[in-house]
Design a protein around this ligand. Structure first.
Ligand SMILES: Cc1cc2nc3c(=O)[nH]c(=O)nc-3n(C[C@H](O)[C@H](O)[C@H](O)COP(=O)(O)OP(=O)(O)OC[C@H]3O[C@@H](n4cnc5c(N)ncnc54)[C@H](O)[C@@H]3O)c2cc1C
Length: 437
């Protein structure tokens, strides 16, 4: 058993970007000298689930390349700017790149991080190892791993939980199950299933082409992104006949604009709480971007281009009961759920060996403004830091953003929103281990 200042559980974009953030801030040596262990279940770090999504990013290509500027570009990530992967991504600098293109670049970033950790005498990277359990205590946390040679444990002053998210597929109280009971034969897929399944690719000969009516439940980015994918297929004549696609949401979707003037010129309605003070952007964090934004603007009549025939939205602002859903989805043959993500977690135990239950206000883990997850029993979990898919931070003055935003900042956004500084501070908060290093 080895002790580290930081144990990173999960080496996807979020986990790896903790190391990248240190490099970007010129603090890599300081961070690594204290001891960092990265544990990743697969044989590859950096890209996590990104390469599996067959859709476009909601960030411009340039956002992912920003990590190459400054100290990281001449140190940890030196030479990466000239790689074929970075060059391909640079071709998308001002556009929304396909996520597999982003994934290829992030895999290179992950290789650099793994290499740096393995070369440092106080650090290590264990690929092909699964985090099974984290037991927190007043002095340190113990992480139980399972690898090719069996189980092993290491300890950390801080444990960063970045194991990605699980898609939520049910509405309380079992409204979807009740809907399916009322409408036998209605198929239900999650948005993750649709965008990772090759049978939804533009060149697939697939039974889905015969669908005539699809409802997408949920009004956030994942819902509009999957609807935009369907719009792309519809425009290409992929469906055998006319298709109706309806996004069912609780309120009209927030749209990102670079400025209030730009939003005003399009006739988009917003209020002061939707504007980020420092940047002047409208719905800077919560707004739809990329192809999702384009489709929503077309459906709302804000864009010059029209949405494909049959594409629309229904705002269901009352309770989402089976009856209300049945009316909203109409005669849909398929319902696609896009209900957000919750954090994927290992077994979490407190110092007394009892299960540690995290608070889940609004159905997902709350990591506050500092990345420290709240406990169901009150207070914050000792020694745990979390972010990434399903566990994003609440925006603060430091990260900026629109005051009215009630969502969280997750995942790859660390490259866009200076979240790395917040996470690094949380990780370095307890900077001395017992042996004084
Ligand atoms: C459809 C979709 C589109 C998106 N598009 C964008 C975008 O355009 N721009 C953007 O900024 N963000 C985007 N996101 C968010 C993006 O997916 C996430 O930001 C990013 O993948 C999250 O990274 P992560 O590290 O939190 O999770 P993941 O990518 O899921 O990585 C988690 C990692 O943890 C590992 N792991 C899991 N369990 C264990 C375990 N027990 N032990 C050890 N390791 C484990 C996994 O193998 C994986 O490598 C999108 C998300 C979705 C769902």
């Amino acid at each position: 058993m080895t002790h580290y200042a930081t144990v990173i559980c999960g080496g996807g974009p979020a986990g790896v970007s903790a190391v990248v953030a240190a490099a970007v801030q010129g603090r890599l040596e300081e961070f690594l000298d204290r001891g960092v262990l990265l544990v990743e279940a697969t044989g590859r770090a950096g890209s996590g689930s990104i390469p599996h999504y067959g859709i476009r990013a909601n960030s411009l290509g340039s956002a992912f390349l920003e990590c190459l500027d400054g100290p990281a570009g001449s140190g940890l990530l030196a030479g990466l700017a000239d790689s074929a992967e970075a060059r391909e991504l640079r071709g998308w600098a001002d556009e929304y790149p396909p996520l597999p293109v982003v994934g290829a670049f992030l895999t290179l970033v992950g290789e650099r991080v793994v290499d740096a950790l393995r070369r440092h005498p106080r650090c290590d990277a264990l690929l092909g190892h699964r985090v099974v359990e984290v037991r927190t205590g007043p002095e340190r946390a113990t992480v139980l791993l399972s690898g090719p040679d069996g189980e092993l444990s290491h300890t950390g002053d801080r444990v960063l939980l970045t194991m990605g998210g699980r898609e939520r597929t049910e509405l309380a109280p079992d409204a979807l199950a009740a809907l399916v009971e009322r409408r036998p034969g209605l198929r239900v897929l999650s948005s993750g299933e649709v965008i990772t399944d090759p049978s939804w690719h533009p060149d697939a000969a697939s039974p889905h082409r015969a669908l005539g009516s699809i409802a997408v439940l949920g009004g956030a980015h994942s819902a509009w992104a999957v609807a935009a994918h369907l719009a792309r297929l519809a425009r290409a004549g992929w469906f055998a006949g006319p298709v109706e696609v309806t996004v069912v949401e609780r309120r009209l979707p927030p749209i990102f604009y670079f400025s209030a003037a730009e939003a005003r010129a399009e006739g988009y309605r917003w209020d002061e709480a939707d504007v980020c003070g420092p940047s002047g952007r409208v719905h800077r964090f919560g707004g739809l971007r990329g192809p999702a934004r384009e489709l929503a603007r077309q459906v709302m009549g804000l864009a010059a281009e029209k949405a494909p025939d049959g594409f629309g939205q229904v705002v269901l602002d009352g309770p989402w009961t089976a009856e209300a859903l049945e009316a909203a989805v109409g005669d849909a043959d398929l319902v696609i759920t896009a209900l957000g993500y919750d954090a994927r977690l290992p077994r979490l135990l407190g110092a007394d060996g009892r299960e540690l239950e995290l608070a889940r206000p609004r159905g997902a883990v709350d990591t506050g403004r500092d990345g420290l997850p709240g406990l169901a029993a009150g207070g914050r979990a000792e020694r745990l830091v979390m972010y990434g898919l399903g566990a994003g931070l609440v925006p603060s003055e430091e990260t900026g953003g629109e005051p009215g935003y009630r969502g969280r900042l997750d995942g790859v956004w660390v490259y866009q929103h200076d979240i790395g500084a917040v996470i690094l501070r949380a990780l370095l908060a307890n900077d001395r281990t017992e042996d004084g290093r």
